[in-house]
Design a protein around this ligand. Structure first.
Ligand code: GLN
Length: 450
């Protein structure tokens, strides 16, 4: 049914870069057979899933939304893909994204933008717009995304979906093409909070292949989602993540959510995180710095496309230059230049070094806020889905859409975006943040807003 739905709508939504028809049907048939034989099956067996095309898969191409990886096939599966296979979940295919996950609208994909199923003239968020649009358009019940600065939560917010960034280290990053390694996390996208919890339980847990992987057990996340008891829970409204810059419609839905939570027995308190106002600036130094280093491996020798210079000698530097000039899009080049500059001798202390100090201050703000509240709440994004093309020529306006999601990545804490109603017919997302390792709280409180 999902493959039929993809055939029906994906011509206009463009959520998928690759549809994995044969393998998905084979896995589904295996599950049917096992079920008929009365075998014990994993809880999500037979439930199809779409995979953000930043996560490597054997048997399906992985492009990272970039021309430079066109036609490249990974020789190994990401750890989360191994887990999806073990859970007997049919993979429907690979979903569109901003090139190397850099963007907030999926317009920076080398393979054309994804459109928001709520209004095809609007963006589905980014970078994981393909995963969120696939879920929102009923092309897939579940999807995987990656979140470095909001790429799971912001797309979920503007498509009326649920999206979760787990605690840093809670889900293995092995096989997620690295954007900014100290910020990246893989996580679930779904239509309900419980669905995300079930998927999170499948993909989470320790992995010796990821040196930053936590050794903690995943925790009873689905149980928390089913429970939904928030009586006495202290929910902290972050003063700095609302007001100026946030749409009136977003603010209204946000205020209503507070009332709803209060009605469910939660205690609403106000907290202040003064350094959050520097988080966006710090992120856009740290993230490009790490990316400029991570993307150095795309050299025309080891991966994907190789472009030869049209004249002059064929030195390795010139082949690398021609390959990267042709293979990377403008946003990726912008960030590589920014990151290289921020890391260069003489500028390192002023830019990268200062940004790391801000990062510590943001972490301290979280510590102070979590001393007063069990979870924090804010709008996920300052606006609803904007029009395609609206912010394409203005990188700073695009970056500002991440203002509420970025602090969580800088501190490594988990976050969820849950649908919080509509403003002018477009979905508004509400974000909850919890202390590191307390992902279960997000599912418990998130369920109340559904
Ligand atoms: N939109 C943010 C950026 O462009 C976040 C990206 C992400 O989370 N992968 O950097």
């Amino acid at each position: 049914a999902h493959l039929d739905r993809i055939a029906e709508v994906d011509g206009s939504v463009n959520a998928f870069l690759h549809v994995n028809t044969e393998e998905a049907l084979a896995v589904a048939a295996d599950v049917d057979k096992a079920r008929a034989a009365g075998e014990d099956l994993p809880v999500l067996a037979g439930v199809p899933i779409a995979i953000k095309d930043l996560i490597v898969t054997v048997g399906q191409p992985t492009t990272a939304g970039s021309k430079i990886l066109e036609g490249w096939m990974s020789p190994y599966d990401a750890t989360v893909i191994k887990k999806i296979r073990a859970a007997k979940m049919p993979m429907l295919g690979k979903t569109n994204l901003d090139e190397f996950a850099m963007g907030s609208s999926t317009e920076h994909s080398a393979y054309g933008p994804t459109r928001n199923p709520w209004d095809l003239d609007r963006i589905p968020g980014g970078s994981g717009g393909g995963s969120a649009a696939a879920v929102a358009a009923f092309e897939a019940p579940l999807a995987l995304g990656t979140d470095t600065g909001g790429s799971i939560r912001q797309p979920a917010s503007v498509t009326g979906s649920v999206g979760v960034k787990p605690t840093y280290g809670g889900v293995s990053r092995y096989g997620a093409i690295a954007m900014a390694s100290s910020l990246d996390q893989i996580g679930p996208v779904s239509r309900t909070v419980l669905d995300s919890a079930l998927l999170h339980e499948v993909i989470g847990g320790h992995d010796p292949h990821d040196s930053t992987s936590l050794t903690d057990p995943v925790g009873a996340l689905a149980e928390a989602a089913r429970n939904g008891d928030v009586r006495g829970l202290r929910i902290g409204v972050v003063r700095e993540l609302q007001g100026e810059g946030y749409d009136a419609g977003v603010q209204e839905r946000f205020d209503e959510s507070l009332e709803l939570l209060r009605g469910a027995g939660a205690e609403i308190v106000e907290v202040s995180c003064p350094n959050f106002r520097y988080a966006l600036g710090a992120y856009y130094l740290i993230m490009p710095s790490e990316a400029s280093s991570n993307l150095a491996k795309f050299d025309g020798v080891r991966y994907g496309q190789r472009v030869l210079p049209t004249d002059g000698p064929l030195t390795i530097e010139r082949v690398m230059g021609a390959t990267r000039a042709a293979g990377f899009g403008d946003e990726v080049k912008r960030r590589i230049i920014l990151g290289t500059y921020a890391l260069s001798a003489g500028y390192y202390d002023a830019y990268y070094g200062s940004a790391q100090k801000v990062r510590t201050l943001v972490q301290r703000d979280f510590d102070a806020a979590f001393a007063q509240a069990d979870v924090l709440i804010s709008p996920t994004a300052p606006t609803t889905a904007f029009k395609l093309g609206e912010k394409l020529d203005d990188p700073l306006a695009m970056y500002l859409n991440d203002v509420a999601t970025i602090p969580a990545n800088l501190a490594g804490v988990p976050g969820i975006s849950v649908p919080g109603g509509l403003a002018d017919g477009l979905p508004v997302g509400i974000q909850f943040l919890a202390p590191a390792r307390e992902d279960a709280r997000l599912y418990r409180v998130g369920h109340v807003l559904e």
